[in-house]
Design a binder for this molecule. Structure first.
Ligand code: T4K
Length: 388
């Protein structure tokens, strides 16, 4: 029986009160400065550097273009080691640069690229590592940097999920050579669409700024085959406003995370990954792993939730390495990626966003708990078919 309540999605964008945004819109309408590095763009870059504790930031239209540009800016070629357990944009940014992705397995505890597996994948063609702070959980940045230093490799972090994450008192966004953030509607901090590259120095930022503006340095000088990756004034103005509300939004996410953990504790066969040690997290996602001991399979639980109007997502299933443009690669062979494969068949990301009520969290937890009591063989396959 399907629910009459409004559906609950894996996320819902956090938005400031509309009236707070109207003065910025008025300013844009008055000045008619819509893009190309206007005043809101400059202000947001400065405000984000301060908020995130990073030296330089270059705003982008989205994280995918930022990833493509980050690789261009460091002139990365050949092969890049990366994770198969991510959103497909991570590897797509490599293909858009004519780079061969080399998939390496994840650590089953952290769900991030396993540093212990990286060295075996390095070849004379390897030029860089592109790890992902999956769900905002920091990678082992020190171990990765040691390998990069030993083999003279660059490190570009896909930090799309890691807005504001700090570990051991420092932003994780300054690890490696560059880090890329996403400000997409579904992210912790959103500008509708948007992204950014965290740069270590002014020179790198300048090169990236040229690349995101067609390579223009001035009216008549083009220094590189750049792209149009610029963030508009509308998105930048919204970002400035979002920043005012970000602490409260992340605080609410933390409360939801804690509530899920208490309500789902001790459910047999349900694994809830532990928070990373000494980390100020952002609770971007709430992944659960449906393992042996739970009465339903992952897909049965996913379908059961969906039939109740609860739209969790199987981030990240299928593995990137299973998509047609990657599966012919030697490193895509599932035998080399056992942990990524297992986790991708067990994961469901439950809804988490600041406007999700405690009552809804309790109901989601109750559906999961009561699933244990379901007659798995009789009721659930029918639900699964209905919801598919
Ligand atoms: N690297 C990583 C590791 C990433 O996860 C991503 C993006 C990227 C790079 C690239 O970043 P961007 O180029 O996008 O800046 C979503 C997002 O589109 C994508 O940004 C995100 N990762 C990925 C994990 O999730 P979908 O296809 O699952 O999104 P969608 O449209 O199904 O949205 C999920 C739910 O959110 C919807 O069911 C309802 C809700 N929603 C969504 C949107 C867009 C809203 O309520 N309002 C909205 O406007 O990919």
């Amino acid at each position: 029986m399907s629910s009459t309540r409004p559906p609950i999605y894996v996320t819902q964008p956090h938005l400031p009160p509309l009236e707070e945004f109207l003065p910025s819109l008025q300013q844009i309408w008055d000045t008619k400065v819509l893009t190309n590095g206007g005043p809101f763009h400059k202000q947001l870059e400065a405000a984000l550097c301060e908020h995130l504790g990073v030296p330089h930031i270059a705003l982008f239209a989205n994280a995918t273009i930022a990833l493509v540009t980050a690789l261009q800016s460091l002139r990365i070629t050949g092969e890049v080691i990366t994770t198969p357990y991510s959103f497909v944009a991570t590897a797509h940014s490599l293909l858009w640069n004519g780079i061969k992705p080399v998939f390496v397995d994840i650590d089953p505890e952290t769900m991030n690229l396993d540093p212990a597996k990286i060295e075996a994948a390095i070849t004379p063609q390897t030029t860089a590592i592109m790890p992902v702070h999956c769900y905002g959980r920091p990678c082992d940045v020190e171990a990765i940097q040691r390998i990069a230093d030993n083999y003279n490799l660059r490190v570009i972090y896909d930090a799309a999920h890691a807005f504001g994450v700090r570990q051991h008192g420092h932003s994780i966004l300054t690890a490696g050579d560059l880090s890329v953030l996403s400000f997409h509607a579904t992210k912790v901090f959103n500008t509708f669409e948007g992204g950014a590259i965290i740069c270590p120095d002014a020179r790198t930022k300048q090169r990236i700024d040229h690349l995101k503006n067609f390579g223009f340095v001035d009216e008549v000088t083009v220094v590189a085959p750049g792209i149009n990756g610029k963030m508009s004034e509308f998105n930048a103005a919204l970002g400035l406003l979002q920043l005012k509300h970000i602490r409260a939004a992340v605080g609410r996410r933390a409360a939801i995370d804690a509530l899920y953990r208490s309500l789902l504790a001790g459910v047999p066969g349900l694994c809830i990954p532990e928070p990373a040690p000494d980390t100020e997290a952002n609770q971007a996602y709430f992944p659960i792993l449906v393992q042996e001991g739970f009465l339903l399979s992952r897909d049965e639980l996913y379908a059961l939730l969906k039939a109740q109007g609860i739209h969790g997502r199987r981030y990240f299933y299928p593995l990137i390495s299973d998509f047609p443009m990657y599966r012919g690669l030697p490193s895509a062979d599932a035998r080399g990626l056992p942990h990524a494969r297992r986790v991708s068949t067990q994961v469901i990301c439950l809804p988490i966003y600041p406007d999700l009520s405690d009552e809804d969290v309790a109901r989601i937890a109750e559906v999961i708990r009561s699933a244990q009591l379901c007659q798995a063989t009789q009721q659930v396959p029918a639900l699964h078919r209905a919801a598919a």
